[in-house]
Design a binder for this molecule. Structure first.
Ligand code: SF4
Length: 78
């Protein structure tokens, strides 16, 4: 999906240097996979709760690939 398609579907953008993370709260099923995988990037007690630059972009992408609901998406910069 393109960034515009994600935004149109209600995802919020969390910009990073090498990767932009997108999150849709209406889709999240609160499995906790993201926060357990890396609490520096995903921390529900912080605003913003996603800081894309707090880990290597490849690691962030791998965590998002493991999101069971599809609530997390990403776009890697070229
Ligand atoms: S991994 Fe996906 S479904 Fe699970 S808490 Fe994180 S965003 Fe929600």
């Amino acid at each position: 999906m393109t960034e515009q398609e994600l935004l149109d579907k209600g995802y919020r953008k969390y910009s990073g240097k090498d990767i932009d993370v997108f999150f849709n709260t209406n889709i999240c099923e609160h499995s906790g996979h993201c926060v357990r995988s890396n609490g520096d990037v995903f921390d529900v007690n912080r605003r913003p709760w996603i800081i894309a630059d707090n880990a290597d972009s490849a690691e962030v992408a791998e965590i998002i690939d493991g999101c069971p609901s599809g609530a997390l998406k990403y776009v890697l910069h070229k």
